[in-house]
Design a protein around this ligand. Structure first.
Ligand SMILES: [Zn+2]
Length: 396
């Protein structure tokens, strides 16, 4: 285990869910922030917090055209030890190694720790980077409410920020020449390829749709089986259709992880069922094509059960393509490491719209993430630090 991960291993443990629950500006997150600042200052970095609560630790004079690396410290509820902190700790270690070797950078360099990457407290992922780039409007952010009824504006104020200054931060953005995020892999790409480190090629396109299956609500005892138009049965078949459609299109993913049965009584044939579909694929076109096929398949099985279905889009995110020049350069410096697409969102993905961005993945032998089972071996963590050190050496 990297020493930094050991030092924070006791912070924000979740006794109920297992793993860690570290949510922005709550006790565990504040403790981690204080830990990071102390750790960064110990190796001579100058720390500042920007208007959106992202922490910067500068090695030498601040930008412009800086090489910036980092990740996040917050977690999902019951998350693992590596998602986020591995990138932060590896950044600290890579810079410490460069310093120890006597390397003198000819370009500005910083570690950047983003606020609320997981969206676990206020519901919007990559909040710090979205605010910085203007992808999320400050008014909308300020009005977000956590599960305890506290607005983001209040939470930010309690954490020492000025809520009026939240929002697009060109000054910070203009200091970034390029951004590199090291992250534990969240799938099994590197298990299959058999290597410790990969570079990211892209983030899958991603959408969420609400399917409403409508039938005829009725009495569970008085209605003959032949007379039913049961939307629960239709929805169950729709879920199978979703699975079969995605399974037949290599590389695509489709999930129904949430349902709402109306009215939801044991002795009542439901009148309608809502099911939420999450669908992803490598390109925008492929994701739209997947949705089209799913919609047709769902309409067919639902009609066979005498029901109807409506499909409403709730969110859409275009595929993100990391800077190809950086990716190729990294791959060459690191000795032809593989390029992997990922299905998970990241601050580095948000930044691609504004600055050249890249990612490094470290093998996760369980292939499981956002769970206490997420893992990276000590050897692979060290391989990640060494890769990041090598990149920084060529970039700085
Ligand atoms: Zn993450």
């Amino acid at each position: 285990m990297l020493a930094g991960l050991d030092e924070i291993a006791g912070t924000g443990r979740d006794a109920q869910r297992g793993g860690y629950s570290r949510h922005v500006w709550q006790a565990a997150d504040l403790e981690l922030r204080a830990w990071f600042i102390e750790r960064a200052e110990r190796i001579g970095l100058a720390v500042e917090t920007d208007r959106n609560g992202n922490i910067w630790a500068w090695w030498g004079e601040p930008g412009p055209d800086a090489v910036v690396t980092g990740s996040h410290l917050d977690s999902v509820p019951g998350g693992g030890a590596f998602d986020g902190p591995l990138g932060v700790v590896s950044s600290l270690d890579a810079i410490a190694r460069l310093q120890a070797s006597g390397f003198v950078p000819s370009r500005a360099c910083a570690i950047l720790v983003f606020a609320e990457e997981e969206g676990s407290r206020f519901g919007i992922a990559c909040l710090g980077s979205r605010l910085m780039t203007g992808a999320l409007h400050a008014d909308r952010a300020r009005a977000l409410v956590d599960p305890d009824g506290i607005t983001l504006a209040d939470a930010a104020a309690r954490a020492g920020l000025d809520p009026a200054r939240l929002g697009t931060d060109r000054e910070s953005l203009e200091r970034i020449g390029l951004f590199v995020e090291l992250h534990v892999e969240q799938g099994r790409g590197l298990i299959d390829l058999g290597g410790p480190v990969a570079v990211a090629s892209s983030i899958l396109a991603h959408g969420r749709w609400r399917l409403t299956v409508t039938g005829q609500g009725n009495h569970a005892g008085a209605t003959l089986m032949a007379d039913r138009r049961d939307p629960m049965v239709a929805a169950a078949r729709a879920v199978l259709a979703v699975q079969d459609t995605a399974a037949a299109r290599p590389g695509t993913r489709a999930t129904v992880g949430r349902m709402n049965i109306v009215p939801g009584g044991t002795n009542v044939i439901p009148s309608s069922v809502q099911a939420w579909l999450d669908a992803r694929a490598e390109t925008d076109e492929e994701t739209r094509a997947l949705l089209g096929e799913i919609t047709a398949a769902v309409e067919a099985v639902v009609a066979e059960n005498g029901c109807s279905v409506s499909v409403v889009e709730e969110s859409w995110a275009d595929a993100v393509h990391f800077d190809p020049e950086l990716r190729d350069r990294f791959s060459a410096v690191l000795g032809d490491v593989p390029a992997l697409a990922t299905g998970a969102g990241h601050d580095s993905g948000v930044l691609t719209a504004s600055v050249p961005s890249a990612m490094l993945f470290v093998r996760n032998p369980t292939g499981i993430s956002h769970s206490p089972e997420e893992f990276a071996s000590a050897d692979d963590c060290v391989a990640g630090v060494e890769a990041l050190e090598k990149l920084l050496r060529t970039l700085l």
